[in-house]
Design a binder for this molecule. Structure first.
Ligand SMILES: NC(=O)c1ccc[n+]([C@@H]2O[C@H](COP(=O)([O-])OP(=O)(O)OC[C@H]3O[C@@H](n4cnc5c(N)ncnc54)[C@H](O)[C@@H]3O)[C@@H](O)[C@H]2O)c1
Length: 313
């Protein structure tokens, strides 16, 4: 039995706990949250002990891996303490608010040669694999990313210094997909709508991106809406246009292919396989997510500083 601890007991932790509980070879060994009521509520659902913080969870011992499912502002200490115990680490996106925190964690994971994974489950969509096949031999020349949505119902999200803003917190999924289908990003220029409230995230941003392979890209984000309106990535290559959402691939505006809906299970299963030392298809280990995080942070910086930002390798 693989014994997993979970740090953070909010929405995404509940999802991982449900998926992990469905695996016959995994036990939720403990759940920690700085809000003891939340820890208790999720832990009791899974018959696990609850802890008031990650340090208590780690001190209790007996873990094989830890999921860190905290909001953006809370990353850093939990990961370092997990790594100090030499435990494999699954981290929810975004990795952190700044680059330094994530770079230090990446260095430590590498130094200890520990399995890691990040919650970029879009990489496990079966329609993403089909999109890659359709694009084989046809380099993408244009990418159009969107995240046009409502404000998520979590208290910290609208505060810039807690969430990092919509690009870092949400559109990072689309940026990760763009890196996969188009390639590395070398320049970004983001322009926020000029009506942001002091200390709060931008309600709308548009951005231009240049990819290292020469492709051109656009990204549009907004949280002004009352529901999810358009979230995904469109790409154009010689003679083909693909439109990807989390559920559907549209080919040339006509042929729709539905996803099999198993990405959120695969992302956990492959990490557990890696923890168990079995053949594992972990598509976004921490170091790979760090490359996407750099793009998101460059866009956020460009929007704040009102100037293009170049990414260096
Ligand atoms: N990959 C995905 O599809 C996906 C989906 C939802 C959320 N997320 C990400 O997961 C993260 C959490 O989102 P959420 O919706 O679960 O938020 P949430 O607010 O519902 O839950 C976060 C929990 O973390 C707890 N917490 C805060 N600091 C902590 C700390 N230092 N130690 C332990 N617990 C701490 C909070 O008390 C809260 O219960 C966000 O970064 C979000 O982007 C990813």
């Amino acid at each position: 039995m693989t014994r997993v601890g979970i740090v953070g007991a909010g929405n995404v932790a509940a999802r991982h706990a449900d998926v992990l509980s469905g695996f016959p070879d995994v036990t939720i060994a403990g759940i920690a949250d700085t809000d003891p009521h939340r820890a208790e509520a999720l832990a009791s659902k899974h018959g696990s002990p609850a802890y008031g913080g990650h340090a208590d969870l780690l001190s209790a011992g007996g873990l094989d891996a830890v999921y860190v499912c905290v909001p953006p502002f809370a990353h850093g200490n939990p990961e370092h303490d997990v790594l100090s115990c030499n435990l494999p680490l699954f981290v929810e996106k975004p990795l952190s608010l700044d680059l330094q925190t994530a770079e230090k964690i990446a260095t430590e994971i590498e130094r200890r040669s520990l399995p890691s994974a990040v919650g970029h489950h879009w990489r496990y969509l079966d329609i993403v694999e089909q999109a890659r096949d359709l694009l084989s031999g046809r380099p993408v020349r244009l990418a159009l990313g969107h995240w046009l949505d409502k404000v998520p119902p979590v208290g910290w999200w609208l505060k810039r210094e807690m969430s990092g803003g919509q690009i870092v917190e949400q559109a990072v999924h689309v940026l990760d997909l763009a890196r996969l289908l188009v390639g590395e990003v070398e320049m970004v220029h983001a322009v926020p709508a000029g009506d942001s409230v002091d200390g709060e995230v931008d309600r709308a941003t548009s951005a231009v991106m240049r990819f290292a392979g020469g492709a051109s890209g656009l990204l549009a984000t907004s949280c002004l809406l009352t529901r999810k309106h358009r979230v995904g990535l469109e790409v154009c290559a010689e003679g083909i246009a693909l439109e990807l959402s989390e559920t559907r691939l549209l080919v040339d505006g006509e042929r729709a292919i539905e996803d099999d809906g198993r990405a959120k299970t695969r992302v956990d299963r492959e990490f557990i396989n890696a923890v168990q030392g079995r053949a594992a298809d972990v598509r976004v280990p921490y170091g790979e997510a760090l490359r996407t995080h750099r793009v998101a942070l460059a866009l956020a910086r460009s929007a704040t500083e009102r100037r293009p930002v170049t990414l260096h390798d």
